[in-house]
Design a protein around this ligand. Structure first.
Ligand code: PEP
Length: 255
């Protein structure tokens, strides 16, 4: 069965690994993907900032892309500790994860800030992977659609994005790093909801072609059933992306 959209399997290494470990893992992933020569899926890895160039140098860019886990929206300036989209681009990266729930939680990132980051990424030729998702109390109180609607609309409403320069990742907070993944049906329901929101803010063509990834405890044993869902176009993988054996099995999903 062929998927409607080209899939994207992305690995978020978070704040883990040494430079040697990043290089080894990036090489192993790249070797695997280069052999497979997939035409129906893209692969991206997002190492910590200091290892962006090492990761870029370790992969075959025809098969594996590299992304940052964050960026700042200014081009340059007195912003100690921040990294601009230009710098990310200059390292050879092509994607940037924006608005991961850990950034929202620990660094108080708001939709207003994330809108600026997404805009800056796109205008510098980077593809943002914009993360949205509700907390467990939102889902328990049946507010999950309202929360995701606000996250999507407030950050994206004023941006002229296309389907090929933005990726959305639905990552329910209760599923990240917990070992409890959303069921394929729960994820599919939210992905369809997000796709309809995109149709409202942009148009039907963009909404039908934009990629919406699922993230939250994706593992080799649940990827196949998630990817069978019509509106799940790939995965953003945290923990399981740190082990070549697990991540390559996820990349090699079968539907
Ligand atoms: C993530 O970091 O985006 C993530 C989904 O983590 P995990 O796969 O470990 O739940």
């Amino acid at each position: 069965m062929a998927k409607k959209r080209k899939a994207l399997i992305a690995g978020n290494f978070k704040m883990y690994l040494s430079s040697e470990e990043v290089k080894r893992l990036a090489r192993a992933i790249s070797d695997f993907v280069s052999q497979k020569k997939y035409e129906d899926r893209d692969v991206m890895i997002a190492p910590p900032f200091p290892y962006l160039m090492a990761a870029v140098d370790s992969v075959n860019p025809s098969f594996v892309s590299v992304g940052s886990q964050n960026l700042y929206f200014e081009k340059e300036g007195a912003f100690t500790g921040e990294v601009s989209p230009l710098m990310v681009k200059d390292c050879g990266a092509t994607y940037s994860i924006i608005g991961h729930s850990e950034r929202r939680k620990y660094f108080f990132e708001t939709e207003e800030l994330l809108r600026k980051k997404i805009t800056a990424a796109i205008s510098n030729g980077l593809i943002p992977v914009y993360c949205v998702g509700e907390k467990i109390e939102d889902r328990n109180n049946n507010r999950h659609f309202d929360v995701v609607k606000r996250q999507v609309e407030e950050a994206l409403r004023e941006i002229n994005f296309r389907s090929d320069n933005l990726v959305i990742a639905y990552e329910p907070v209760w599923a990240i790093g917990t070992g409890v993944n959303a069921s394929p049906e729960q994820a599919e329901e939210m992905h369809l909801f997000i796709r309809n929101l995109i149709s409202g803010i942009r148009d039907k063509n963009i909404s039908e072609n934009i990629r919406i990834l699922y993230g939250g405890s994706v593992k080799p044993d649940n990827i196949d059933s998630l990817m069978k869902m019509e509106n799940i176009d790939g995965a953003l993988v945290g923990g399981a992306s740190l082990k070549a054996e697990q991540f390559t099995r996820i990349i090699d999903y079968r539907i």
